[in-house]
Write a new protein. Structure first.
Length: 256
């Protein structure tokens, strides 16, 4: 894989680091393809259960590399879409560890993750309307589902940024930490998730993703969720979870 997205294994956790600090981790086409390759590797590795996405240097991501865009080079891939993630995030849980600004595509990148940990010095915003752009990397789609309607509309229509503390109050950010501690805080959260049964975690994420994306009705949801959860409830790990509970010991998950 390209060094543009550094891929590090820490036990059952994958750390993906955007490595363009000289460009404030902005995405060009090569970086988007590197991200897609990293996510493909993450999804394919049965030993990896949770991912943490962060940026090198002082910024999470400045979004689309505008110099590349001026050349007609946009940060898109055919399979996963914008930045190699926005249209098709990984099947496994992914946590954004945000230090510094996450603006425009950088915020949309964080919104493509399942959880967000942010430094108290970080900011989040979608300033596209200030430049006659539209937040089509998931900002206009995802933010209204994560924040209260009027808060999301204010951010989208004014383009003004908000603090990490404000985003946490509105439920968009999970944890706010001291500057420099976002990665460590995200790793601790990832460790908690990684101790759980991987089949159950993956199925839970799939139910959440599909129920929202496919607009399941309330009645339909009860049936459709069992199509995803059913194999988990007949797995070896299901039996192991029950046995471990009865024997008062930690379960040993096999992913089968």
């Amino acid at each position: 894989m390209s060094d543009l997205i550094q891929f590090e294994r820490r036990g059952a956790i994958a750390v993906l680091r955007i490595n363009r600090p000289e460009a404030r981790n902005a995405f060009d086409r090569a970086t988007a393809h590197a991200m897609e390759a990293a996510l493909d590797a993450f999804d394919a590795d049965a030993d990896l259960r949770v991912g943490v996405l962060t940026g090198a240097g002082t910024a999470f991501s400045a979004g689309q590399d505008l110099k590349a865009a001026a050349r007609g080079e946009f940060a898109q891939t055919e399979k996963r879409g914008g930045f190699g993630i926005m249209a098709l995030p990984p099947k496994k849980p992914l946590i954004a560890a945000v230090e510094g600004p996450a603006l425009a595509g950088g915020f949309e990148l964080a919104l493509a993750c399942d959880l967000i940990v942010a430094s108290s010095a970080s900011q989040f915003g979608l300033p596209e309307v200030k430049r006659c752009l539209v937040a089509v990397g998931g900002g206009a789609l995802r933010l209204p589902k994560r924040a209260p309607h009027h808060i999301a509309m204010e951010m989208l229509l004014t383009g003004d940024p908000q603090s990490a503390e404000a985003m946490a109050r509105w439920g968009v950010v999970n944890r706010v930490c001291a500057p420099g501690e976002a990665l460590a805080t995200a790793l601790a959260l990832a460790e908690t998730i990684a101790t759980n049964a991987p089949l159950a975690v993956a199925a839970t994420k799939e139910i959440v993703r599909r129920s929202g994306g496919e607009n399941w009705s309330a009645a339909e949801g009860w049936t459709r969720q069992m199509e995803i959860a059913g194999p988990v409830l007949s797995s070896d790990d299901f039996r192991e979870g029950l046995a471990a509970f009865a024997q008062k010991r930690a379960p040993e998950w096999s992913g089968r």
